[in-house]
Each structure stands twice: as C-alpha cells, then as structure tokens.
Design a protein around this ligand. Structure first.
Ligand code: ZN
Length: 145
C-alpha cells in the first residue's frame, strides 16, 4: 500500500469514526463556521483557560475532508495548552499552504499529515481548514491567543 492510499484510508476512517463529535454542554464558547464553496459546516464547543484546552467537541456536516480534519484537530489539541494548540494550528496551516511541497510535521500533526496531499487541490484546502479556523476563532474569542 502506498502512502497516498494509506492517507486516504486514514481520512475515511476519521470520517466514519469521528473523535469528539458530540457537543459538550455549557461550553466556554460555541462557534459555527461554514465553507460555502463545498457546503461544509462545523459547530465547535471549546472550554479552556490559559493553561489547558479542557474540552474540544464538535458537530458538523459536509465532505469527508472537512469532517475528518475536524476530528483529527479535536483529538490533537484536547488537553494541550493554548500556546501548544496554536503551534499545531500554525504547522497545519503551513502544510496546507505548501501546494503539495510539505509532508507535514509528523511529531506535531500526528494523523494530520494525512491531509498533506490535499494542499495540492486549492478547492479542497478550505475544507481541510474549516475546523481549524473554528478552533482559532474560539481561542481568540476566549482570549486564549
Ligand atoms: Zn468540503
């Protein structure tokens, strides 16, 4: 099995078995983001303070890339400090802006490197970034970054 099909399997697996896809009640903040070009939607609930993102849960509809990427994001940043979450976020964004040139930082991004190939397809980049933009918005609104 080559890397590309391995990554496709990883994305499909997160799409079929999403992590943290159950909105927690009474979150610190709730944000809703849409990607009109594809019809993807994500609602993100975040509870945290300056030392830790205590709860990152979400719900959404849309293409496999948007939903799987949000699943990976929620798993990666859960329990991290806002500063750590921001470096993971920046690393993912750099990879997505690389037009296929970056393999991604496996240590920081874990399963997130599976989306490195998506950066070759401009129309899908917004799908992959949707949940991450929601996270950034939520952290800014909670005054964490
Ligand atoms: Zn999409």
């Amino acid at each position: 099995m080559n890397l590309e099909s391995l990554y496709q399997d990883l994305i499909l697996d997160h799409y079929k078995n999403p992590l943290n896809k159950k909105l927690a009640e009474n979150p610190g903040i709730s944000v809703h983001h849409v990607n009109p070009s594809c019809g993807d939607e994500v609602t993100l609930h975040l509870t945290g303070d300056r030392s830790e993102l205590k709860s990152v849960t979400w719900d959404g509809v849309g293409c496999s890339i948007s939903q799987a990427s949000t699943s990976v994001m929620s798993d990666l940043v859960q329990g991290k400090s806002p500063a750590q979450a921001e470096s993971i976020l920046n690393s993912f964004m750099e990879m997505m802006q690389s037009k296929g040139g970056s393999q991604g930082d496996l240590e920081l991004l874990g399963d997130g490197v599976a989306f490195s190939g998506v950066s070759k397809f401009p129309a899908r980049i917004k799908c992959a970034l949707l949940g991450w933009m929601a996270l950034k918005d939520a952290m800014v609104q909670l005054d964490l970054i």
